[in-house]
Design a protein around this ligand. Structure first.
Ligand code: F6P
Length: 561
């Protein structure tokens, strides 16, 4: 039976026709014409409120988008994902990050094996490690307690733990031996060099985080770190390389063999599974830096919050389902209103790295143009997504949002309450007021983006360069407050949004073949740069770039003589 592409089917066609009618609609008029619109497009789950009333859509749009979701087989796809079917078709495996947050008493039998005991065995292993650190009992080769942990990883082995440790730093338990966690990802060594210059090797441990354990960025940093430790600690009495390796390295990977080859002690390895994608992996061993900062109880709360969102995703009707609705708003903008830029704007400094995290989650997952069965798609997929803390972005790129030529969808994200637990009363009042100031800015910006000049009372005709057109669509996500549980739910919300969009676009969100070629060509280029042989195989532009490096190196050599 030949497959009819999603854009050739009834719901997509109906949406295309409907979009013509909606294209001229202004959000101002959509609100004016439908009292109660805010409540009609707002949903709650797992400590989150999602307000989609500022999307440029109507009840008819909403109904047609739900038809599209059903026509794409979404309910069946959600079931297949959560039950562990091989939804990652090109790599022929399930995508079971949701299994990492199942409670211990649950059971998920996939291809004959219950995955939950293994997941909790890893969590228990993590808990034992964290306990040793927090008791000051994890000692370096010279006997001093470890104080600094540097995570060496990149992509999913960096962005998730980096984002969450920053977001939940307030949840650090104060009755434990304090561990400072740092992150070094860049292959140029600049972040690592900075840490090596200021950390004490006797009290520093490295976590090598790499699902594949082949990523050159991470392994090159790991080699530098190992040599630094060996050369600094090797001269100490009674310290040998084996002891340094054992006391100063933890490995987290899906390849125990490669961790063994690298010399990581077997009981200092946290293993995870091929069925967890790198950018979906913060929920297990890759989350060790998070647990080292917030403690295992809070880490388990993070998992519980994500699990609450998983249950909602599985159980809620499509029309009330937060990830489904967030995804459908995106589909409407990208595929029917031609809005192909999406900005993520958290109004809470703790979410500083959230946009960077989502850039990988969304664009590495859905930056695809070939369907499951190998056809080129005839429609747009993932928009260009970027972001920044909203208050800072107001002084950077909001000008473009308000008066540029690009239509941009925005996600505003903020907690309702903050600082009410600060003990000093005067400071608490100031900080709570600063939080209200931040919320006022968040709400004002989404309002101006919606209404344009009509947001001000005296709106009359305004001169061209002062004019605000408005009508930029946005979603607002409010967290009751930012806790481990609501953060878990927020991340899971976006993970599932990505899956819903991929399902409708008929693409695989769980592979990333597009990054492989670059790695291979980089290897070849490095060989030429180092060996000074084989330049003739390069194109003219690359040849000139390489020659420029060699010329600069020769000049530097001459200068230093
Ligand atoms: O290059 C892309 C990528 O494969 C990401 O998908 C992944 O998160 C990152 O590299 C790091 O991979 P690994 O965890 O295997 O080192």
């Amino acid at each position: 039976m030949t497959h009819t592409s999603i854009d050739q089917r009834g719901a997509w066609r109906a949406l295309t026709a409907h979009a013509d009618a909606m294209r001229g609609a202004h959000l101002r008029d959509l609100f004016a014409g439908a009292p109660g619109r805010q409540a009609a497009y707002t949903r709650h789950a797992a400590g989150l409120t999602l307000d989609l009333s500022k999307q440029r859509w109507s009840d008819e749009t909403f109904g047609l988008l739900l038809d599209l979701a059903r026509e794409a087989g979404l309910p069946e796809a959600i079931r297949a994902l959560l039950e562990g079917e091989r939804v990652n078709v090109s790599e022929d495996r399930p995508a079971l990050h949701t299994a990492l947050r199942l409670p211990a008493e649950a059971s998920l039998v996939v291809e004959g094996e219950d995955l939950v005991p293994g997941v909790h065995a890893t969590l228990d292993h993590m808990a034992t490690m964290v306990e040793r650190f927090h008791a000051g009992q994890w000692r370096g080769a010279t006997g001093k307690a470890i104080r600094n942990v540097v995570n060496l990883g990149v992509g999913g082995s960096d962005l998730g733990p980096l984002m969450v440790t920053h977001a939940l730093a307030d949840y650090r338990p104060d009755d434990v031996h304090r561990i400072e966690v740092h992150f070094a990802s860049t292959m140029d060594g600049s972040q690592l060099a900075d840490y090596l210059a200021r950390l004490n090797p006797e009290t520093t441990l490295f976590v090598l985080s790499s699902k594949s354990f082949t990523t050159i960025d991470t392994l090159s940093n790991a080699r530098t770190a190992r040599d630094w430790l060996m050369s600094r600690l090797g001269q100490e009495e009674g310290v040998d390389d084996g002891l340094v390796m054992r006391q100063h390295f933890i490995g987290v990977s899906a390849s125990p063999e490669k961790m063994n080859d690298w010399g990581i002690a077997p009981d200092h390895q946290l293993e995870f599974w091929e069925w967890v994608g790198g950018r979906y992996s913060l929920w297990g061993g890759i989350g060790l830096p998070i647990a080292l900062v917030v403690g295992m109880d809070n880490f388990r709360e993070l998992l519980a919050g994500a699990h609450a969102m998983d249950r909602h995703f599985r159980e809620a009707a499509l029309a009330d389902n937060l990830p489904v609705l967030l995804a459908l708003a995106g589909i409407w903008n990208v595929n029917f209103l031609d809005i192909r830029a999406h900005s993520i704007l958290p109004y809470d400094g703790r979410l500083e790295y959230f946009a960077a995290y989502l850039e990988q989650l969304e664009m590495e997952s859905n930056g695809k143009s070939v369907t499951h069965d190998g056809r080129e798609v005839g429609y747009s997929t993932c928009p260009v997504l970027w972001g920044q803390l909203g208050p800072n972005a107001q002084h950077a790129f909001y000008q473009l949002l308000h008066q540029g030529t690009q239509a941009v969808e925005c996600d505003f994200i903020a907690p309702l309450v903050r600082y009410d637990d600060v003990t000093d009363e005067a400071t608490r009042d100031h900080l709570m007021s600063q939080h209200r100031l931040t919320l006022a800015n968040c709400f004002a910006q989404s309002r101006v983006l919606m209404l344009g000049d009509d947001a001000i009372d005296d709106a009359g005709p305004r001169p061209g360069h002062k004019r605000y057109r408005g009508n930029q669509p946005s979603s607002t996500v409010l967290l009751d407050r930012l806790t481990p549980a609501t953060l878990g739910a927020l991340i899971a919300l976006y993970e599932h949004k990505v899956f819903v969009q991929a399902t409708i676009w008929e693409i695989n969100p769980f592979d990333q073949w597009g990054v492989e070629l670059g790695k291979k060509i980089a290897g070849e280029t490095q060989r030429i740069l180092e060996s000074r042989q084989g330049l003739e195989a390069m194109d003219e532009s690359t040849r000139a770039l390489i020659e420029a490096v060699w010329a600069a190196e020769r000049a530097a050599e001459t200068d230093s003589r």
